[in-house]
Design a protein around this ligand. Structure first.
Ligand SMILES: [Cu+2]
Length: 687
């Protein structure tokens, strides 16, 4: 047992270690503030996310999400407007003495000016939804807003055979209008940490997100010892009008703060923070979810190592690191080995990294880990390591940081728990055919795009009204960009190799690329060479143009420089044995990622950068997969632009406001596939 007096001594060491590792430019007042912050937390602040948990023995569970406006820093009834002080909240109502309960108040960073949010069930994060593998779940999403349409996407769930449940407005469904309710019913097949969020505009940046956890009955850590950690940067401008105004004035500002489970602090305001409780002798699992809008975050618990066991719902060989770099939409599950923990409160820190070279800024995100030790267990001491291991760097070596060892995400290896057949649709036979696609994510000619195609959103649901979508991108050339509803046809049963690249004139920062409807195997990641001074040398494995050097080309039509690599098995460094699977991967600035899927999940699947602004501006496309085999629920509502003719294709009845997937399933014919591809003949779509 450690003598009690060591606790505070070690705590001070911890404070200074954080300062050394993450905040070299930190000044003394910040250190003192962190110390006082912890003292307030000892008084018993806590934070919980109330959610829905499906009974372990249930076959089909039901819950609902009420999408509604909400406001920060306002309590119910006589509480009214509140302000933060000493990690507590107080009402400005003079008749309310003393602190008010914090659980029902959305504090965000405790900024005294109320912000308008869009939430599920009035909380931020929204309620966590927790079910077991292969349980069916029905979630009624009711839109209670008066001004805005909404949809909910279940991020990371592949929606096998149920593409209409994917929740992308104008891709997999018509948006849910004010007053309407949509019935999402689906059956997640494999366990892991997922999340849900709005897929309309930038609503998720306004609070419309929550955790979606799929438990495995064989999971080694009991549910009661699992914790959800949702981290994000917070910007007081993150609503559509403020962002637009800031763009017009060309003054988009850096984030104001960082939130952990919806709680953070603005400068020195001592707003309530999140605290997690663990006990020595227990196993404990943390499900880290990047719910941010655009910034790259560095997560750590200084003094404790993170044993990463999963990413994006995929189990990996446990890998010990000190810090995790997390981009928007990624998930990393880790365990803490509490044998090494002392009985005390540890800081949980989150820093913002600059967008290109990931320069580490002083941490502004703070939460707490309270370790108790009721059985007086001793604490082991880690072997002394001078260098800090950082998971998920988008380069081989960290610029300007000699003490950091980069652990690329493809160093994570398949743990072998998952039978590959779980990931594919058994009903569709596998063909002995492979297609190769190069997709360049960037800003050629300053346009957010994929292969120079700036995504134009359909004005109907592409899944149900394919003939009304113009997918013609022929005005794009090898060097010129264009606007179009970019889609990529994937042949049923074929193997798809995608080279996701970030090269050419539009390569400026790394992008987290998310694919709906699949998780993909990460067969290879190629990073730029970086000198300690921060000079990048881009990969030359890819040829952007026959006539221009890569740095002068838009790189809209890339190919391997060595054509023998068209057979992906011949690419040096390819891993087809134990690759990690992801649904969101960082495509490194100056490099590329090779991924593989099998086209055996028919649907129209969105693929896009998960930096919201990049997606909204056009870095997105639709995967038009096995279209002739797509099944959609009978009676799924359709919608039309006012400029189009009625399609009438699926409208057997007048549009119901509630979809039902209990109706008979109908097949879209091959004829409609052709119309999807040939819809450009419709004059209304010519611009
Ligand atoms: Cu991006």
């Amino acid at each position: 047992m450690l003598p009690k007096h060591k606790t505070s001594e070690h705590y001070m060491k911890d404070i200074f270690k954080i300062t050394r590792l993450l905040g070299r430019k930190h000044h003394k007042s910040r250190r003192m503030k962190v110390l006082s912050a912890v003292l307030f937390v000892v008084n018993g602040l806590t934070g919980t996310i109330v959610g829905f948990r499906c009974d372990e023995n249930a076959v089909h569970c039901f819950t609902s999400l009420d999408i509604q406006s909400a406001f920060t820093m306002i309590g119910e009834k006589d509480i009214g407007q509140v302000y933060a002080k000493d990690r507590k909240l107080y009402s400005i109502n003079p008749e309310r003495n003393g602190p008010v309960p914090i659980d029902d108040i959305i504090t965000a960073d405790g900024w005294n000016q109320t912000r308008h949010l869009i939430t599920a069930n009035g909380s931020m994060p929204g309620p966590s939804i927790i079910i077991y593998e292969n349980q069916k779940i029905t979630i009624l999403v009711k839109n209670h807003m008066i001004n805005e349409a909404v949809t909910i996407h279940w991020h990371g769930i592949d929606q096998l055979g149920l593409p209409a449940m994917d929740g992308v407005a104008f891709v997999s469904q018509c948006p849910i209008l004010p007053g309407q309710t949509f019935n999402y019913t689906f059956q997640p097949r494999y366990g892991g940490s997922y999340w849900y969020h709005s897929h309309v505009g930038n609503q998720r940046d306004m609070g419309m997100y929550g955790a979606f956890i799929v438990l495995r009955k064989r999971d080694p850590v009991p549910f009661e010892l699992q914790h959800i950690v949702q981290i994000q940067e917070w910007n007081h401008l993150y609503n559509a009008m403020d962002l637009l105004y800031a763009n017009v004035k060309n003054e988009v500002k850096s984030p104001n703060s960082i939130l952990i489970n919806g709680r953070g602090e603005l400068k020195d305001n001592l707003a309530p923070l999140e605290i997690f409780h663990v006990t020595k002798g227990d196993r404990c699992l943390f499900r880290l979810i990047g719910v941010g809008s655009m910034h790259v975050l560095l997560f750590s618990i200084p003094g404790l190592k993170l044993n990463v066991t999963e990413t994006d719902g995929f189990e990996v060989v446990p890998t010990v690191v000190d810090n995790i770099i997390i981009y928007p939409a990624e998930r990393y599950d880790f365990e803490l080995d509490l044998d090494y923990a002392e009985e005390r409160i540890y800081n949980i820190t989150v820093s913002i990294l600059s967008s290109k070279k990931l320069t580490i800024k002083p941490f502004i995100g703070l939460g707490f880990l309270n370790v108790s030790n009721s059985n007086n267990l001793p604490a082991k001491v880690y072997e002394q390591n001078i260098k800090s291991r950082v998971l998920n760097c988008p380069f081989k070596t960290y610029p300007h940081e000699e003490d950091i060892v980069c652990v690329p995400v493809n160093d994570l290896k398949d743990r072998g728990h998952v039978n590959d057949d779980k990931f594919i649709l058994q009903k569709i036979p596998k063909l002995n055919e492979t297609a190769l696609h190069f997709l360049n994510f960037g800003f050629p000619k300053h346009n957010s795009s994929i292969n120079g195609r700036i995504f134009r959103w359909p004005t109907v649901s592409a899944l149900t009204q394919p003939s009304e979508v113009d997918t013609d991108c022929s005005r794009c050339t090898d060097e010129e960009t264009c606007h179009c509803s970019h889609s990529l046809n994937l042949k049923t049963g074929s193997t798809i190799i995608m080279v996701l690249l970030n090269l050419g004139t539009g390569a400026t920062i790394s992008h987290p690329i998310h694919m709906h409807g699949h998780t993909y195997e990460v067969l290879k990641m190629e990073f730029p060479e970086v000198t300690i001074d921060g000079n990048f040398t881009f990969s030359e494995h890819i040829e952007c143009s026959h006539t221009l050097p890569n740095i002068k080309s838009s790189c809209n039509n890339a190919r391997w420089r060595n054509s023998s690599w068209n057979d992906y098995n011949k690419i040096p460094g390819i891993n087809t044995v134990d690759p990690v699977r992801k649904d969101t991967i960082v495509v490194p600035y100056g490099g590329y990622v090779i991924i593989r899927i099998e086209a055996r999940n028919p649907g129209v699947w969105f693929m896009h950068c998960h930096i919201d602004k990049h997606m909204v501006d056009g870095m997105a496309l639709m995967l038009n997969e096995s279209f002739e085999q797509i099944k959609v629920p009978n009676g799924l509502p359709t919608c039309h632009s006012y400029l189009t003719k009625m399609s009438g294709e699926l409208s057997a009845s007048s549009s119901p406001q509630t979809s039902s997937i209990t109706g008979k399933i109908i097949n879209l014919s091959a004829d409609k596939l052709n119309r999807f591809q040939l819809a450009r003949t419709n004059q209304w779509f010519s611009i």
